[in-house]
Design a binder for this molecule. Structure first.
Ligand code: 13P
Length: 249
């Protein structure tokens, strides 16, 4: 049985004061969330404001991107080891905005996955096809390629600790959610790929979140699909009531 996992990607929103206010609201508003893992990913400069508020709440705090090196001459980068030392437990890796805007590649995603695990940060690895790739019938091939590259060199035992987030690029921030059938098809296909390439516990235990315009209204249908183990939420994670409704779903 895979425990559900809902994560809020705050992207480049909420400075320290606003982030702290939302963290306070989540701490009390999600106190009775039941059997669901919850994490939030503030922008890096707001992490220090959020961590002490969520300490002991069971709501994890993560960093939205890391570099593949822990230290050195890498101006502007986030260190996996320093993120861990600061209190982060997770990191996003390979979000489509990082891939499209900041030039992230399958190879750099793999380096970052290894660096995160070495530092003790659990990655959420984001994958997903563009609209052109979907229209060309390549959605499954693209996500299989992205998963294979992200996991290269990992042992089977390492994989269930990380989470995969299927985020079709055409559904992010567009209000155009994948239908539960579209999402379930790709999730099942990813799980099938894992089953074909690793011992069966990897496919059974690795959580696959859906992301892309998840909101309070569509969450329960998406989350009732057998291979959808949670959600990676952007816009709707910025409001307590919407995020809470998704967690409850
Ligand atoms: P939206 O929920 O705003 O579409 O963003 C999804 C996302 O990119 C989460 O990482």
């Amino acid at each position: 049985m895979r425990r559900r996992f809902v994560a809020g990607n705050w992207k480049l929103n909420l400075g320290p004061a606003q982030a702290a206010a939302l963290a306070e609201a989540l701490r009390t508003g999600l106190a009775d969330r039941g059997d669901v893992d919850v994490a939030v990913f503030p922008t890096a400069l707001s992490i220090a404001a959020v961590l002490p508020i969520l300490q002991g709440s069971g709501i994890e705090v993560g960093v939205q991107d890391i570099h593949s090196a822990d230290a050195g001459a890498f101006t502007g980068a986030n260190s996996p080891a320093i993120a861990r030392e600061a209190g982060c437990t997770r990191t996003l890796i390979g979000h489509s905005e990082r891939r499209q805007i900041f030039g992230e590649t399958d190879a750099s995603v793999n380096k970052k996955v290894r660096a995160a695990l070495a530092a003790g940060l659990l990655p959420i690895v984001c994958i997903g096809e563009t609209l052109a790739e979907r229209d060309a019938g390549q959605a499954e091939a693209v996500v299989h390629r992205q998963v294979a590259a992200a996991l290269e060199g990992l042992t089977a035992d390492q994989i269930p600790g990380l989470t995969l987030a299927y985020e079709p690029v055409w559904a992010i921030g567009t209000g155009r959610t994948a239908t539960p059938e579209q999402a379930q098809d790709v999730h099942a296909s990813i799980r099938g790929w894992l089953r074909a390439h690793y011992p069966s516990f990897v496919a059974d235990e690795t959580r696959i979140q859906y992301g892309g315009s998840v909101n309070a209204k569509n969450a329960s249908q998406l989350l009732s699909c057998p291979d959808i183990d949670g959600a990676l939420v952007g816009g709707a994670s910025l409001k307590l009531d919407d995020f809470r409704a998704i967690v409850v779903a």
